[in-house]
Write a protein that binds this ligand. Structure first.
Ligand SMILES: [Mn+2]
Length: 437
């Protein structure tokens, strides 16, 4: 690993250790998950483990002990020449300390013996119970053993505390380097979307448009998507997490794509909706312009110091006014928000954190209040309107229309920056590009 990368992971570990007054922190890596026989699902490292180590092998365990000589210890799979022939090189125990800038490394096989030893004089263990069944068992055995030992003068294990809130709070504020990686993921995603728009025409299948988009992700250095692509035409666009992607595109329908390339572990999360034949119908266009105006209102509300929920409210007010104008609901904006009469048409939140995970770590509330926006927070703004089967009262001419527009923003010192503003979203830009191949 390059020196400056190593430094970044190390400084995160130091910051985390500074946040706990005593004890040890234990974080487990992901494990391989079997698909069938001797074939596993594609492996991806647990994002928090990656955030603190930059190490992408399965099964590892990180132990941080701020008040000990070996502060940072890692358990890893051993180097194995036979394994290398079949699967690839592992870093191994000998190379791990230098490569990861960690004080000591042990083979995973010694975890049961070494972990109790590393924790023997520690009263508080910071570990997320339920995050790893093998570590859960180890912790429970340790609690039991230490109870017995304390009867004979040993140090009592007093607490197991969850380190997740402290780590999530760190992950919520992105560094300049992290924002650049999200930007890279978005730049790759933009090319995929543009090409998906170009090849869209009646008769094509959803998965064929998906293949075109994702081939550009891969060609531009994204090894995998941040989440399964949603490629939803016609009424499928009203199914929020539709990933079947097998329908044939029909003349007159819309196509909604919600997708994001992952780039060096950081992901984009973009949604665009466009007409299969390259021309919005008047009804589709009317709904589209409402969603676009709603998104713009949400984005313009962003500024450090405001409550996160104000972005949602700003977007929601425009959507509700739009629903009144469309004849879908009746009443005042405030009254309709109060009674939640908009829910059949808009049932999801407007924003979520974005980073290593598509729905990234970090709290949304601080005590009773919506969390206050700070510089370095990265999130989506993604209003939508859906006239699907759930909207039984919906005007007849709007039935089957589902539109979402999603962009990714970062809170800056002065306000905000839309990281994905190069991905076209106006009606005229879209109509000009769709179906041009
Ligand atoms: Mn999203």
């Amino acid at each position: 690993m390059a020196y400056n990368e190593k430094q970044q992971f190390k400084s995160r570990r130091t910051t985390l250790m500074g946040q706990i007054s005593d004890g040890a922190i234990i974080i487990g890596a992901s494990h391989n998950s079997p698909r069938n026989n001797d074939v596993d699902y594609e492996f991806r490292q647990n994002s928090t483990f990656w955030y603190l180590t930059g190490f992408d092998e399965p099964d590892a365990v990180l132990v941080l002990r701020p008040h000990h000589k070996d502060q940072c210890v890692i358990f890893v799979n051993p180097y194995d020449p036979q394994f290398e022939i079949w699967v690839g090189a592992r870093l191994g125990v000998d190379a791990a300390p230098e490569n990861l800038d960690i004080d000591a490394a042990y083979p995973i096989s010694e975890l049961d013996d070494q972990l109790p030893r590393l924790l023997e004089d520690i009263e508080t263990i910071h570990y997320s119970i339920g995050s790893d069944s093998k570590l859960d068992d180890l912790m429970m055995n340790l609690v039991q053993k230490r109870r017995g030992l304390s009867q004979r003068g040993g140090v009592h294990l007093l607490r197991i505390e969850d380190p997740k809130p402290a780590i999530d709070r760190m992950r919520l504020i992105k560094s300049k380097a992290e924002i650049e990686l999200v930007q890279s993921a978005i730049d790759v995603t933009r090319v995929g979307f543009e090409n998906a728009m170009r090849v869209t025409k009646p008769g094509t299948f959803e998965y064929q448009v998906q293949a075109e988009m994702e081939s550009h992700f891969r060609k531009l250095g994204s090894v995998r998507n941040g989440y399964p692509s949603i490629v939803a035409s016609g009424t499928n666009s009203c199914i929020l997490h539709y990933i079947n992607n097998r329908e044939q595109l029909k003349d007159g329908d819309l196509l909604l794509i919600d997708a994001g390339a992952e780039y060096d572990y950081y992901t984009a999360d973009i949604t665009r909706t466009w007409p299969v034949n390259g021309r919005f119908t008047p009804e589709q266009k009317e709904v589209y312009e409402i969603v676009l105006a709603s998104q713009s209102a949400g984005i313009k509300a962003i500024s450090p110091g405001i409550e996160f929920n104000e972005v949602h409210i700003a977007s929601l007010r425009i959507l509700v006014q739009g629903l009144i104008d469309l004849g879908a609901v009746e009443g005042s904006i405030d009254g309709l928000i109060e009674s939640r009469a908009y829910l059949p048409y808009y049932m999801h939140g407007t924003s979520h954190w974005l980073g290593l995970d598509v729905h990234d770590a970090g709290p949304y509330r601080d005590e009773e209040r919506s969390i206050t926006l700070e510089e370095g927070m990265v999130f989506t703004v993604e209003p939508g309107l859906y006239f699907g089967n759930q909207a039984t009262e919906s005007p007849e001419n709007l039935k089957g229309i589902g539109i979402r527009i999603e962009d990714n923003v970062v809170v800056t010192a002065e306000g905000y920056s839309v990281l994905s503003d190069t991905i076209l979203s106006s009606v005229s830009d879209i109509e000009e590009l769709v179906g041009t191949v």
